[in-house]
Design a protein around this ligand. Structure first.
Ligand code: C5P
Length: 209
């Protein structure tokens, strides 16, 4: 397949969109872009004193490869810089170019189906209850050796949801034509199977070369 085929995967923190996106990309041999990492890298730079818009305009591959982007403080900083219009604007071209790459692309984030790739052939909105998402993130963080409480992780998840859903610029919401996958009661395999069913149906419907 040489034409681009774009799969947009949006949803709140820890709903499973990263896991699904990676597995879908591996399944089809598509590229995968975790767009949250862009905002995390900008958030990390802001924590170090760089103005957010300037950081967004000058992001380097090294900034994205930092190994300290996964923590809860950086996540909160990411959602703070993500409300800034100049930050979002600076990151658009890179994401759109990735989406158009030959051979197919999976992008996961908050605004991929609504703003970055409204033309995407497949749009998934992956969600789960805040409690389930907090428990997953808690297990992830504690198994990586971080000392956190479930209560604090839940508060963090809710604060981020609130900021992401209520901002003026590109708020988190399903695109009108997105297919919803609620992973609250699903195993990873079941969630992946649900995603692949949707994607396969679209691949049958959309002519490919
Ligand atoms: O996906 P992840 O949890 O790494 O994203 C971190 C933060 O970056 C989100 O809470 C959100 O505020 C922001 N983000 C965004 N748009 C995207 C991806 C992430 O605003 N496409």
């Amino acid at each position: 397949m040489s034409e681009s085929f774009t799969i947009a995967v949006d949803g709140p923190a820890a709903a499973g969109k990263g896991t699904i996106s990676k597995a879908v990309a591996a399944h089809y041999g598509f590229g995968h872009l975790d767009t949250g990492l862009l905002y995390r890298a900008v958030g990390a730079k802001m924590m170090e004193g760089t103005a957010a818009a300037e950081a967004a305009r000058n992001l380097t591959p090294e900034d994205l490869a930092r190994d300290d982007l996964r923590g809860p403080e950086v996540a909160q900083a990411a959602s703070k810089v993500a409300v800034i219009a100049e930050v979002r604007a600076a990151l658009v071209d890179f994401q759109r170019a990735f989406a158009r790459r030959a051979g197919g692309a999976v992008l996961d984030g908050r605004d991929i189906g609504t703003v970055i790739c409204p033309y995407a052939q497949v749009k998934l909105f992956v969600t789960a209850s805040a409690e389930v998402r907090a428990r997953r993130r808690f297990l992830e963080l504690t198994s990586a050796g971080k000392v956190v409480s479930l209560e604090d992780v839940l508060a963090d998840v809710k604060a981020r949801d609130e900021r992401d859903m209520n901002r003026a610029e590109a708020p988190l919401k399903p695109a009108a034509d997105a297919v919803l996958i609620d992973t609250s009661e699903l195993s990873i395999d079941e969630a992946l199977a649900a995603a692949l069913t949707v994607i396969e149906a679209r691949r049958q419907a959309v002519p490919q070369s």
